[in-house]
Write a protein that binds this ligand. Structure first.
Ligand code: MTE
Length: 304
């Protein structure tokens, strides 16, 4: 992620010219997306926002060729180049920790019998670029109860595959591997939180975290851990990768907050991939109405 210095961000923020002309294409496809959104439980909200310029989905090509996935390489284009090495099928997921029904599952059994839903979410990276992603996924709160978490399950920890053969980036000591992320239990159970299995109606490409990744849209992108192999219920805050790496730069909560600067740059503005002008970053990435209540009484400057 921020292995790059801020000055290096500039080239990535220059809008490729071909993107300017895509607005018309989008306006034609917005009606289709609106119709797809009717299938979601957030139907009316999603339809309203899908036709809103603020939730214009980022083109598939950009979502799948400009990525952060350090295990597949540290540049933005490396993950797509090394995607073939991951081999995301077959896949197993282990569930451990404070629960009555731990186990290890084939991905299909882990997800069954839940159906995927489409959710169009903003994704705001801590590096100040942002995207809009039409995810396919299953709300985490429909999956977790099956494992019967106990009263000691206060947090949920997620771990990415550790396999330097399949993840060449892990041969380099850039981060403490494997990548780990975590949520408080109430964040994990929030209806916005998804386990994503696809985007744009297709299976998740490897560079986007196939076959299973987390999406918590009100948090900076680094919380959205990719290629998950383990979910563990814990009684303490999980020791998460970027927080271990630089705790003054990457807090455990990582809620998108324009009022709390990163120590090396402001978080007030963001550049949506494909846009020329920067736009204001919204508190909780625009999801304050839904999630602000999770943090009542907490000092968001301390718990950043
Ligand atoms: N998960 C793993 N395992 N490794 C990573 O390097 N990068 C994170 C997150 N999940 C990352 C990860 C960061 S910094 C961001 S911004 C998002 O993935 C990017 O998701 P995208 O490539 O699908 O846009």
């Amino acid at each position: 992620m921020l292995i790059k210095k801020p000055a290096d961000i500039a080239p990535s923020e220059i809008t490729p010219p071909e993107l300017y002309s895509r607005r018309r294409e989008f306006l034609k496809s917005a009606a289709t997306l609106g119709a797809m959104a009717l299938l979601s439980p957030f139907a009316s909200d999603t339809v309203a926002r899908a036709t809103d310029d603020d939730l214009k989905p980022t083109p598939y090509k950009d979502l799948t060729s400009y990525n952060n996935f350090v295990e597949l390489g540290s540049g933005k284009t490396a993950p797509a180049r090394y995607a073939g090495t991951l081999r995301s099928k077959p896949w197993r997921v282990a569930v451990e920790g404070h629960c009555e029904k731990p186990g290890a599952y084939n991905l299909e059994d882990f997800l069954s019998p839940h159906k995927t839903e489409e959710r169009i979410y903003r994704l705001r990276c801590v590096e100040t670029w942002s995207m809009v992603v039409p995810w396919l996924g299953i709300p985490l709160n429909t999956i977790l109860p099956r494992f019967k978490p106990t009263a000691d399950a206060k947090y949920v920890e997620f771990t990415t595959l550790l396999d330097p053969e399949r993840m060449p980036g892990q041969r380099v000591n850039l981060l403490p591997w494997p990548y780990v992320e975590g949520l408080r239990m109430d964040e994990a159970m929030h209806p916005l939180t998804l386990l994503a299995t696809g985007l744009y109606g297709k299976e998740l490409p490897d560079q986007n975290g196939a076959p299973l990744r987390l999406v918590a849209p009100w948090k900076y992108g680094f919380k959205s851990i990719k290629s998950i192999v383990k979910i563990r219920f814990t009684d303490r805050p999980p020791r998460t990768t970027w927080n271990l790496e630089a705790s003054d730069e990457y807090g455990f909560y990582a809620n998108v907050n324009p009022n709390v600067d990163h120590p090396r740059w402001s978080q007030r503005k963001e550049r949506r991939i494909g846009d020329f002008f920067r736009r204001d970053t919204l508190l909780f990435n625009g999801y304050a109405d839904q999630v602000a209540g999770l943090y009542t009484g907490m000092d968001l400057r301390k718990n950043f």
